[in-house]
Design a protein around this ligand. Structure first.
Ligand code: PMP
Length: 305
């Protein structure tokens, strides 16, 4: 069950968790008309900090723009609101869920006459213990969103019906996650993670054109890898690259940097976390856990005690 907090931010005000309710006839319930974010606030030795808050809020603004959803707040105002709600609730480390949606108004498909509601919740999410065992995943029988059906660059609630199909199928068949191909059969992403592969010392990830979300962790890993002097290539890749690569890992706010042990029961490398994944993984955690200084300015401090 979800651990609750005292307050949720709604349209500029803090309300009680219990009072953050909507009517069943709200547009979003029927047609999935929401855009949202998932953000982590990490604990560091000197306090707590939200990871890449401005980038997440800029993506929320982008998602809303794609869906012609006027947000009455700027990315800066929403970033301030995140700090306010975390400090009001006094909970860190935590997960933060900002969401904007079409509320109670019209029930026709066209959302433009229904009001836009913005909420920001946060709730405790303890430190992730990196499972060094690695994940056993499969290639999904479901494809990722085709580019001319649903925009992958929008982090929209409705996209997660596709994610749910991928994830349910994977878990029912005994895997922890599924990797979807795009409609042309090229590698895309997991139900909630971007995908990276290593072969011959080169780091590969799928480009944004292959129906992936523009992951904030993905972009952080690209920055870290370049700084570590690793050659990075963003290119379309066939499914079999998964079977013949030396290393593979997922990135995401929830997954952080999680190495893949096998795909379709074919072991990747020797199944253990490989050296390039290890170097990126360790650098990522050093930055978010504050054992290295925040040289990229990725953390927004919050005052929680
Ligand atoms: N792809 C999908 C479909 C996702 O839901 C997520 C999680 N937001 C990601 C990739 C990773 O994105 P991020 O690193 O910004 O969490």
């Amino acid at each position: 069950p979800l651990e609750t907090t005292a307050h949720i931010w709604h349209n500029g005000k803090l309300i009680r968790w219990e009072d953050a309710q909507i009517h069943v006839m709200s547009h979003v319930i029927h047609y999935g008309s929401s855009v949202f974010e998932g953000i982590r606030c990490y604990q560091q030795p000197g306090g707590a900090g939200v990871f890449r808050l401005q980038e997440h809020m800029a993506r929320l603004v982008d998602s809303a723009k794609i869906y012609r959803m006027p947000l009455p707040y700027t990315a800066e105002q929403l970033s301030d609101a995140v700090v306010d709600v975390i400090e009001a609730n006094g909970v860190a480390p935590c997960y933060i869920r900002p969401i904007a949606f079409r509320g109670y108004g019209e029930i026709g498909v066209n959302p433009l006459k229904s009001p836009v509601e913005v909420y920001i919740a946060n709730f405790p999410w303890g430190k992730y213990v990196p499972g060094d065992a690695g994940a056993d995943v499969c290639v999904s029988s479901w494809s990722r969103l085709a580019p001319n059906t649903m925009p992958s660059l929008a982090k929209a609630g409705a996209n997660y019906m596709n994610s749910q199909l991928i994830r349910m199928e994977a878990e029912i068949n005994g895997y922890s996650e599924g990797i979807a191909l795009d409609v042309n059969g090229y590698l895309s992403e997991g139900s909630g993670e971007n995908l990276f592969l290593v072969r011959g010392g080169v780091l590969y990830t799928t480009p944004l054109a292959n129906s992936v979300l523009n992951g904030i962790t993905r972009s952080s890993v690209l920055t870290i890898a370049k700084e570590l002097g690793i050659t990075v290539v963003e290119q379309a890749m066939p499914r079999e690259m998964l079977y013949i690569c030396d290393e593979a890992f997922f990135t995401g706010t929830a997954a952080e940097v999680t190495h893949l042990r096998s795909v379709d029961r074919i072991t990747i490398g020797d199944g253990k976390m490989g050296p390039i994944t290890r170097s990126i993984h360790d650098e990522f955690f050093a930055l978010v856990n504050g054992t290295k200084t925040d040289r990229f300015n990725w953390l927004t401090p919050v005052n929680v005690r």
